[in-house]
Design a binder for this molecule. Structure first.
Ligand code: MHO
Length: 226
């Protein structure tokens, strides 16, 4: 493990790009593995995690989800990517009126954090309804809960590369690191086919972190054997 890099807090401070403002977006659009990878590849998205939201049953798990929905939660820097842009990607990447096959597990769901997000939803929804030619049935309400899914579902596509994960062990020793790391979010997107390695290198080179930590990440990226 890197020196002084013992806690998740340490990791965030040292290796995640710093931002003045952080906002959270919570949404469901079918199986949560794919959207975690897609959103994790976007510049301005700082962290991604998957879990359950929108229902009433207590302590949902993957096998006992109750009336909850597979949900992705992202923390993002609104000065780099706006909530409106996130909403457009959300609606352009799933069909929101598919109905509730398998109960509420895979429904289209949005949980807003604050009035500004609610207004953005109203605006972008109207825009998307015009595009779609149908009214959108996404289940929309104020955020009230999110339960993190089991470890194996976090950064699911990156988990398909156990050799790579082994090489990342010093940077990402525990699930909490994997869940909270911007680098892990990008790699998870990359292995699922979102974004190019060269653009990821350029992006990391621009991250607002100390030179030494930037070098560590870029070296890692250059030496990983997939
Ligand atoms: N059809 C997918 C769904 C997984 S997703 C986490 C599978 O079981 O492989 O709902």
């Amino acid at each position: 493990m890197f020196q002084g890099y013992q806690t998740v807090e340490d990791m965030i401070n040292k290796f995640n790009p710093k931002s003045e403002t952080v906002e959270t977006a919570t949404f469901g659009m079918g199986c949560f593995w794919g959207p975690e990878a897609m959103f994790g590849s976007l510049h301005g998205v700082l962290r991604t995690r998957v879990g359950f939201a929108g229902g009433t049953s207590l302590k949902p798990t993957y096998l006992h989800m109750g009336d909850h929905t597979e949900t992705v939660e992202i923390d993002f820097d609104p000065s780099v990517i706006s909530y409106e842009e996130i909403l457009r990607k959300f609606w352009l990447n799933h069909y929101p009126n598919r109905g509730n096959y398998k109960g509420r597990q895979y429904i289209s769901l949005l949980r807003y954090h604050g009035d500004r997000q609610k207004e953005a939803i109203d605006r972008v929804k109207r825009e998307m309804e015009k595009k779609l030619g149908e009214s959108i049935e996404t289940d929309i309400a104020v955020f009230n809960d999110f339960t993190l899914a089991e470890e194996k579902h976090q950064k699911y596509y990156l988990k398909r590369y156990p050799n790579t994960l082994k090489q990342l062990e010093d940077l990402l020793p525990h699930t909490e690191h994997l869940v909270n790391s911007t680098f892990a979010a990008r790699l998870n997107g990359f292995v699922k086919g979102f974004g190019k390695l060269s653009s990821l290198k350029n992006e990391i080179a621009s991250w607002n972190i100390e030179e030494e930590h930037r070098e560590t990440l870029l070296n890692k990226l250059g030496t990983i054997k997939w």
